[in-house]
Write a protein that binds this ligand. Structure first.
Ligand code: F0G
Length: 432
């Protein structure tokens, strides 16, 4: 496939080489995307992709690079893989019942090497940094991007600088950035403010930016959909449900579906349903009202991964959600907390932002937008262990929303203190 960088704004349509280190269109300032052209041999590629699952080569074992025919890199490019992707589709009858569906499947991106879907994108972002001969990479993050970038940069021998909102990311994620060896700056500002700061600093510091504004990150995240459809023998579901923050993943999913249809891998387009947290829902508000996009100056949610008020990729997300006849929903802190506990009870578990999916599905089935018999895949974006503090508070009845109001722990599983006494413990357990 021939790959170019193209301005996402149709009226501009400027094209650039993939070896140009640009994040926005130099002509009009809009977002950029990788444009692939050529012809695909679907039957042969589907077969090769399936066969690679049983091969021992590092690229074949990666759930991203296995689909390299649809990625903008070639054999001479240096690639660092931690065997990302390969995430399962899990049936969750308990969550299906909770949300009013006959059946619900989760694609759990928390099974990735650093525990989130960011690894799919980061292996491509770092491959691009290596192709451009950059020695230093950086990102602003609510925690998962930074954990992932820190890991891939270190594996590739690059310096990495992480910018995070001070006090507003979970310890699990902060710990990862430290352990993987990133220089970690806790900035006293929110995600949106820090992103503006770092974009202004990028050239001055000679850093290559690995936020999802980077079109190569989006290329890697496309493979979440490729793998999902491969696992479903190329039968598209009716709905794909995902949480929305900076909206890079929404853009990536839409692009993946567009390409699969354009190159003849699928005929039917699943509908994308993007779920935001009520206190950080600028895309939801915009999708209902249209007009001018209005950011949220002080976004608030306990699902800190999606605590974003000014999502940079909204123009792409708008176009992709519309092209899929999709929609945007928002859910409350209580709804997220309850849904998260239910996903845990299925033996699956996830971090708070991911649980917005189940909360959203429940709301959409109640409104009869999603039907009980619909074929639904929800994407769980992060691992349960990313935010244990939230879990402990929920199960011990101490979880407060961002306004300080105590949330109900409807599905609490309280730990019980027991004495060092066999009889007493036996008695306690008989009582249950
Ligand atoms: N779920 C999780 C677990 C995330 O970490 C993020 C984003 C999202 C959903 C939303 O994805 O931004 O593509 O719409 N986390 C970013 C980060 C912002 O810095 O880790 P999005």
């Amino acid at each position: 496939m021939l790959a170019e960088l193209a301005c996402f704004e149709q009226k501009c349509g400027a094209r650039f080489e993939v070896t140009e280190a640009i994040y926005n269109c130099p002509k009009c300032g809009s977002l950029l995307e990788v444009r692939l052209s050529g012809s695909a041999d679907q039957a042969a590629w589907k077969k090769i992709w399936r066969e690679r699952r049983t091969c021992n080569g590092p690229l074949d074992q990666s759930g991203v690079w296995r689909y390299r025919e649809l990625l903008p890199f070639d054999d001479k490019d240096r690639i660092v893989s931690l065997r990302e992707g390969n995430t399962p589709l899990l049936d969750a009858p308990g969550a299906a019942e909770y949300s009013g569906l006959d059946r619900l499947t989760f694609k759990h991106q928390g099974f990735n090497p650093t525990g989130s879907f960011k690894d799919n994108g980061m292996t491509c972002g770092v491959a691009q940094a290596l192709r451009l001969n950059r020695k230093r990479v950086a990102c602003v993050s609510t925690g998962n991007t930074s954990a992932s970038m820190a890991a891939y940069a270190s594996a590739a021998g690059l310096d990495s600088i992480v910018f995070i909102p001070h006090g507003n990311i979970s310890y699990g994620k902060l710990a990862q950035a430290l352990e993987y060896g990133a220089r970690t700056l806790q900035v006293e500002a929110n995600f949106d403010q820090i992103l503006a700061l770092v974009r202004a600093l990028a050239d001055r510091l000679g850093i290559y930016l690995l936020n999802s504004i980077n079109p190569f990150r989006i290329e890697g995240q496309k493979t979440i959909i490729f793998e999902m459809l491969d696992q479903r023998d190329w039968n598209p579901p009716d709905w794909i449900v995902l949480p929305g923050g900076n909206l890079g993943n929404t853009s990536a999913f839409g692009k993946a579906l567009r390409e699969l249809r354009e190159f003849g891998f699928i005929r039917k387009m699943p509908r994308l349903a993007v779920i935001q947290a009520e206190g950080a829902a600028p895309f939801y508000e915009f999708f209902q009202r249209r007009g001018e996009f209005q950011s949220v100056a002080d976004p608030k949610t306990l699902a800190t991964a999606i605590r974003i008020g000014d999502p940079v990729s909204w123009p792409k997300a708008l176009s992709e959600v519309s092209a899929s006849s999709g929609l945007v929903e928002k859910v409350s802190e209580q709804e997220i907390a309850d849904a998260k506990a239910i996903i845990g009870r299925c033996g699956i578990g996830c971090e708070p932002a991911s649980a917005a999916t189940l909360a959203g599905i429940r709301k959409l089935t109640e409104a009869r937008v999603i039907r009980a018999a619909d074929d639904v895949v929800a994407v769980l974006t992060g691992n349960l262990l990313k935010d244990p503090d939230y879990i402990y508070r929920y199960h011990t009845g101490q979880l407060q929303d961002p306004e300080g109001k105590l949330l109900e722990s409807r599905f609490a599983n309280r730990p019980v203190t027991a004495p060092n006494d066999a009889d007493a413990i036996a008695k306690m357990l008989e009582e249950v």
